[in-house]
Design a protein around this ligand. Sequence first.
Ligand code: ADP
Length: 161
Amino acid sequence: MRIAVYPGSFDPIHRGHEDIAQRAAALFDKVVVAIYARPSKVLLFSVEERVSLVRTVLADYPNIEVRPYAGLTVALARELGARTLVRGLRVISDFEREYQMALTNQQLAPEIDTICLMTSYEYAFVSASIVKEVFMAGGDVSSLVHPVVLDALERKRAAMQ
Ligand code: ADP
């Protein structure tokens, strides 16, 4: 069974993430979307909220599993028996960071490979931080996120006011 791990913060999941997860699901027998519990960035959603949103958004894909994790991504991959990490590339500026991370992970776990899927053209500009910034400033992000994510953003905004 070919298992891939698609790790990230997913704060929150948007259409660009969905696109990569769906395409990975067509390439592997099983894809585990792994939600990093404590990334070194300011988060809007708790890990439980992020996991729940990703589960709902990707519910139609029987070979996609969603779980939180802490610690090393390669440790999780080993635990799951996965030999591949999937990441998405949007713009050239993503490349440097992804390359650095892939080489670091290769040092830590030489048996695990990273593959990067290129973003679909229409999502090249979408990032979780853009979604949050535009939404909080009153902009329409309904074409960038699943309706359940839009609801969750609305609840967050209401709670902050
Ligand atoms: P991280 O905090 O690890 O960068 P993110 O949740 O921001 O996690 O993103 C997870 C992965 O999804 C990363 O590989 C990122 O490059 C990719 N990704 C994010 N947005 C897009 C997009 N619009 N198109 C393709 N890949 C994307």
